[in-house]
Structures are given as C-alpha cells and as structure tokens.
Design a binder for this molecule. Structure first.
Ligand code: ADP
Length: 220
C-alpha cells in the first residue's frame, strides 16, 4: 500500500513538471514574469518530491530489514526435497519440464531455513515466470571447495550482459520482459540480501537466448 501510494505521489508532480516544461518550450519562457512563475512552481514541486525519497528509503529498510537470522545446522537433503513439490507443480502447470538433483551426502550448513527458502523460492519463481512453456527449470545442489551451492537454472530468455549488474538492485525490472507479468523488482534484491546475510554469494551466469543460472554459494 505504501508503495502504491508512493507511485501515485510521484506520478502527480512529475506530470505537473512535464506540463510546465512543455509550456516553457512553447514560448512561455519569453515572458519573464510567466517564466519566473513557472520556474518557482517547478522548484516548489521538486521540493515536495524530496520527502518521497525518504519514504522510499524507509520502505526499502522495512522490506529488507536488518535481517535477523536464526541459523541452525541444516542438511540440504533433509531441508530441500520437502520444499520441491509446490515448485515442481508450478513449473509443470506452466508447461515446463522440472528437474531436481540433491545429493544426500552434502555437509551441513548453518542457515536460517525460512529465509533461505525465501531466497531459493524467489529464484525458482523467476525461472518459472520468465521461461516460456516447453522450456525447463533445474534445481540442483552440490559442493565445491569451501562452499555448498544451490543452483537454479532455466532455459528462458537469459539476461543481457548490460543488465546483469543491475538486476540485483532494488526495484530494477528489465524493459525487455514487458510481456511477462513482472513483480516489483525486489525478488533478486531480497534473495541477495539473504545470501549475503549468510556470508555467501549469489552469482549469475546467463547467455541471452539460452537461459540463466543463478547459484547460491554458502560457506561450509
Ligand atoms: P521481478 O519482481 O521483476 O521479477 P526480480 O528482482 O526478481 O524482480 O528480477 C529483476 C529482473 O531480472 C526481472 O524483472 C527480470 O527482467 C530479470 N530476471 C530475473 N530472473 C530472471 C530469469 N530467470 N530469466 C530472465 N530474466 C530474469
């Protein structure tokens, strides 16, 4: 609700500013009194918009919080498989092929299982959302060196190199996927914050046209 309100509150003054710019462009700038009045109005409008930035920052803080984690030693083989059926069902309902592979012998990791489920869930739901029917989504886990990893790979549209650095930013949504029902642009931001809170890393490998692979690396 706060966000909807902010969108509304930002839209109104932006419309007023745009109108004032158009009036100035169409010649009102030649009349000194009218120009001064318009500029004064624009200045006031901009001042009114500034507190909205504070609201946005507060909203960001509320959503991400300072992330208190309740970490417990967890074996992925006990934790991950019970969570798979709803994801599998969502993928199959969309006409995607679902694969999953979780080895039984991975070392236990200290994690907040609810928060980590939220992070993996966000990756899975993006993979399902952005991959057209007929494609596939693969969830796998494994270990390399000092890390245990959980990976979500899809055969969707992929993410262009120039967008890869931005998609983890709050409220970022690609212009290229307008035909998909996008969310608020917070799913990956939240996933990344959760993984960082576990001293881990969230990496992306993607080739446009071939798919995207997101990997959560967690220290053993
Ligand atoms: P949204 O709520 O828009 O899905 P996210 O933070 O989860 O926000 O993702 C940000 C953007 O990254 C999306 O709008 C989309 O453009 C892109 N994206 C995320 N996951 C994928 C994926 N698996 N395949 C293609 N693009 C993706």
């Amino acid at each position: 609700r706060l966000l909807a309100n902010l969108v509304h509150e930002l839209g109104r003054p932006l419309g007023a500013l745009k109108a004032a710019v158009n009036v100035l462009r169409e010649g009102a700038g030649d009349d000194p009194a009218l120009r001064a009045e318009l500029l004064e109005g624009m200045d006031t409008t901009i001042s009114h918009m500034e507190p909205l930035l504070d609201d946005l920052a507060r909203l960001h803080g509320q959503i991400l919080g300072n992330l208190p984690l309740n970490r417990q030693l967890t074996h992925l083989i006990d934790w991950l498989p019970p969570r798979l059926p709803p994801w599998r069902a969502a993928a199959e309902e969309k006409g995607l092929v679902w694969h999953s592979q979780v080895p039984a012998d991975l070392p236990a990791i200290a994690m907040d299982s609810d928060r980590m489920a939220q992070a993996v869930g966000n990756l899975v739901s993006n993979a399902i959302k952005y991959t057209p029917a007929g494609g596939s989504v693969t969830l796998s886990a494994g270990e390399t060196g000092a890390d245990v990893w959980i990976q979500v790979a899809d055969t969707g549209p992929g993410i262009a190199p120039d967008e890869q650095e931005h998609i983890f930013e709050p409220f970022y949504r690609s212009n290229r996927h307008r035909r998909f029902p996008q969310g608020l642009g917070l799913g990956l931001t939240i996933a990344k914050e959760i993984v960082l809170g576990h001293n881990g890393r969230l990496t992306l490998h993607s080739t446009p046209g071939e798919g995207s692979t997101f990997t959560i690396h967690l220290p053993k």
